[in-house]
Design a protein around this ligand. Sequence first.
Ligand SMILES: [Zn+2]
Length: 317
Amino acid sequence: MIKQLSFLLVCIVYSLTSLAAERGPALPDYSADQVTDGVYVIHGPLGEPSVENQGFMNNPAFIVTQSGVVVVDPGSSVQSGEMVLRQIRKVTDLPLVAVLNTHIHGDHWLGNQALLAAYPQVPIYGHPKMLERIEQGEGQEWIELLLRLTDNATAGTDIVAPNLQVDHADELTLAGLKFRFLYLPKAHSDTDLMIEVPAKKLVFLGDNAMMKRFGQMRHGTFKGNIAALDLAMQSHAELYVPGHGLTGGQEVPETYRAYLSILRSEVAKQLDEGLSDFEMKPLVVEALSAYSDWVDFDHLVGKHISQAFLEVEQEMF
Ligand SMILES: [Zn+2]
């Protein structure tokens, strides 16, 4: 009997341990920077998801009004969502009233899980195309990618998709504040919402702009990304929050736009000269030397040149 009991005990302890092992460790706290009255941005580390950053490298944000809190892009994992909630609690005890997701890339929205766990009724808004891509399996791809790149630090993260849809030119009043949504079909991806908060003279650009970092353009176009930034700048906001890198003024969309524009025009020029992708690379890299301090420039600029080559070539036929 004692033997059986101790075996049972070993089994219970073993299953509890393996349950615990299924969840990655908590993220350390990253401070929230107040960028204007009531608007806070947690500027994540630059770079790719890694063991070192536990997958956290985007810019979660929260807006606090007198009636509640709105979160934009709670990060890459359940651990990230929990960390965002901890930073909110340092500022206010008011409830979370809405979550906004800028686009399909999992480093921005997989933290939804923690927010919905804390506020089971909370509306989570995203673009219909984002929902379509999650249904097609892109959310699961992101979960697996993040586990691999972080050596399972994001373990325990599940897909919690937006439960409400918003599209171009939609307006919502959340926590007493007006939010206006901007969308172009092909920008950084094909799911990108930009979010204007007129009362704060601020636009969340999502990954349509980054500071000192290259965007992943798998489902986007450089041409559309430039058009999206032009659209954002028509708002005449004073503050722009990029998807990665520091918040700032007009220079945030302008810098990323200038990079995209030089990339495209140099590629088009060399294509006109009859150069192949391979032949034009050193020339385009030279034209982009002003951006050589961007994260992993040597590796990633080549990727962008190849993608821009395909894009411009396709437009010619
Ligand atoms: Zn992205």
